[in-house]
Design a protein around this ligand. Structure first.
Ligand code: PRX
Length: 637
């Protein structure tokens, strides 16, 4: 089995081994998996290209390692435990044997509908077991999955379907979320209507049974296609470097990019990191509250846990339905041992009052995790005391869509924890801090730009169809370095604290958002001349979205206008990108070369108008006063 570090000495030893002899270290881990053919070379890499190959020449299928491999010793153990939105509805459990069968049937259905190795399949689904089954079915036959979070708008979905020229879309009819019933299929229909010509089939999972529009040319029911298939589907032989999936994420330039992960390295790293960060033990129940539409769900609901033979829970609902105690009720009900969520959820639940958490028995929790954004000290302390009850170490896990797996995190009970610190790198991870000129910042108690100087197995390989963009965004800022886009501090003991993005990306409720993307959406409104979007500190969301807009003609009803702006953003991207604050300005502060001075806009949005420094060198210094006054007035409401 993959190495599971048990104490500090073993961590130090493993870390040293992984740095002194990365190839030897990762070969040892990789050998614990089932390969159809062993690799010829452990690692070939060059960050200039970039060109990174792990386990070159190796052949495998990740689902054999997630499923078939477990049939011998844990066929009847629960693999996926599904908790429905409605607390009174039935829980569904798939054992490893049942999951294997379900995946094979779905894989045969994909094949019967013309999906072949290398074809892209888009998922736009709620958190139902069929989503995990469908994703694994793709991996079984070598099709590439591209899961799109079901909160994105039809327009955002269409962009992603077109970018990856998906052959099939798999969706549900409707989605239960709290008290809402969301028309998922309808959104897919709209997206298809936006010129997604590559789509040959829309496979619809009947989730709520509500009426939906039907297109005989494209639409097929999941149950009609899947249920009668054979439960035997041999796993396609994949090269270690064949694409496993694409996942779109926002960057500092306009269009989201399709991050590409490949089969071999991703398999080895997600299993290794899962076992070590969560210290999963046989018989434990593990729950990650993320959505499979994000990388956290890919790596730590589906692949990592299943590779490790764990029982992984999927939750259909939201943390506040029927009330703010739902997470804790579920932890109590299923005797959850490892719980993994986002700071934004912790802050939102903390704000509802302690009575919701105090009444549940959370003694089963051994490890509690945090992911997606910096966790502030107050939330960390509350999580530690109220949820962990002082007995469950917090793993503040730092990573990204591009890293595929957790790179920096405490190992619970092994390395120490400190509020706000993701702390130490996992074995195989070599972080460095650089200054803006690319000089290495050595020693401790320092701050800089977080980079990685050596590849780990699940590093992104490219961005789909745009290799040059991948090079530019991640590998061109500093020579021979992967640049994360984050700023970090290293404390006196060498622990890392990730402070946040240093580029034009903001992190709203743990969701990554490109400011340019939101601006492009706002600019779709007829009455907008120009806009600038920045993040500002938000008590619950971590960062809120603050939009400065210049209008074509004067606005009489500002409230109605703000609603229109929000509607346009919801239409172009989705509700998660709606600005929290919209300030109408006569102009935007610009440099003499015409670049928007975001530094000033960020300060004003953050209520730090008195810290702007010298603004006299601007092209239009007079505008700063107007922006400041407008912000003050907006705040007063
Ligand atoms: O800024 C960092 C922040 O989230 C970014 C990655 O976002 P995404 O690709 O959507 O992946 C989120 C889930 C892995 C990072 O560049 N971030 C993530 N985890 C942390 C974090 N910031 C501080 N602390 C963390 N633990």
């Amino acid at each position: 089995m993959t190495l599971q570090i048990k104490n500090l000495e073993e961590y130090n030893e493993a870390y040293k081994h992984s740095v002194d002899d990365p190839e030897g270290f990762w070969a040892e881990q990789a050998e614990t998996f089932k390969w159809m053919k062993k690799w010829d070379e452990v690692l070939e890499w060059d960050f200039k290209g970039p060109d990174v190959k792990w386990f070159k020449g190796g052949k495998l299928n990740i689902t054999e390692n997630c499923l078939d491999r477990h049939l011998e010793d844990r066929a009847d153990q629960v693999a996926i435990l599904w908790e429905p939105n409605d607390p009174k509805a039935d829980v569904i459990a798939y054992t490893y044997k049942e999951l294997h069968e379900a995946v094979c049937k779905a894989a045969n259905a994909l094949k019967a509908n013309g999906v072949e190795k290398g074809d892209r399949v888009c998922f736009y689904m709620p958190m139902v077991p069929e989503l995990a089954i469908g994703v694994l079915a793709c991996a079984r036959i070598g099709a590439v999955h591209s899961v799109v979070f079901a909160g994105f708008s039809s327009s955002a979905l269409a962009d992603r379907i077109k970018d990856a020229t998906c052959k099939m879309v798999i969706c549900s009819d409707y989605n239960h979320r709290g008290t809402k019933n969301i028309p998922v299929k309808n959104v897919v229909d709209e997206a298809i209507g936006m010129g997604c010509d590559s789509v040959e089939t829309v496979l619809v999972h009947k989730n709520t049974g509500a009426d939906i529009a039907w297109n005989d040319k494209l639409d097929k029911w999941w149950h009609d296609e899947v249920d009668n298939q054979s439960a035997d589907c041999p796993a396609e032989q994949m090269d270690a470097e064949d694409m496993l999936f694409i996942l779109y994420t926002s960057g500092s330039t306009g269009k989201p990019k399709g991050v590409v992960h490949t089969c071999g390295g991703y398999m080895v790293y997600t299993c290794f990191s899962f076992k070590n960060v969560f210290q999963y033990k046989e018989g434990d129940v593990y729950w990650c509250t993320a959505d499979i539409g994000w990388i956290t769900g890919h790596s730590y609901i589906v692949y990592g846990p299943l590779l490790a033979g764990a029982t992984t829970m999927m939750f259909e609902g939201v943390p506040t339905y029927p009330d703010a105690g739902r997470f804790w009720e579920i932890c109590d009900k299923h005797r959850v041992n490892q719980f993994y969520t986002a700071p934004t959820a912790i802050r939102a639940l903390m704000a509802q009052g302690d009575e919701y958490v105090d009444k549940y028995d959370l003694s089963s929790l051994k490890v509690i995790g945090s992911v997606g954004e910096p966790i502030n000290e107050e939330a960390w302390n509350w999580y530690n005391q109220k949820v962990g009850r002082g007995n469950a170490p917090i793993v503040d896990t730092w990573w990204q869509t591009e890293t595929g797996g957790i790179l920096i995190s405490p190992l619970p009970g092994i390395t120490d924890t400190k509020p706000c610190y993701a702390s130490y790198p996992l074995p195989g991870v070599q972080p460095v801090l650089l200054d803006a000129d690319g000089n290495l910042i050595e020693g401790n108690d320092v701050e800089g730009l977080l980079c990685m100087k050596f590849p780990w197995p699940s590093i992104l390989r490219t961005t789909y169809g745009e290799h040059e963009r991948c090079r530019q965004v991640y590998f061109s800022s500093f020579e021979n370095m992967y640049f994360t886009g984050d700023g970090a501090r290293r404390d006196a003991n060498g622990r890392y604290r990730v402070i946040g993005r240093v580029d034009d990306v903001i992190n709203v409720s743990g969701h990554r958002m490109g400011t340019a993307e939101v601006e492009n959406a706002i600019n779709e409104h007829d009455n907008i001349v120009e806009s600038a979007v920045v993040g500002y500190p938000h008590d619950i969301k971590g960062q809120g979205i603050y939009a400065y807009v210049i209008t074509n003609h004067a606005i009489t009803d500002e409230e109605a206008f703000r609603k229109e702006i929000k509607a346009v953003v919801t239409k172009m991207i989705g509700p998660i990108a709606k600005p929290d604050m919209i300030q109408i300005v006569p102009g935007l502060p610009k440099t003499r070369s015409g670049k928007i001075m975001r530094r000033i806009l960020r300060k004003v949005a953050s209520g730090k108008s008195d810290e702007l420094g010298d603004t006299s060198t601007l092209l239009n210094p007079e505008i700063v006063e107007a922006v400041k006054e407008g912000a003050a007035a907006l705040k007063k409401g």
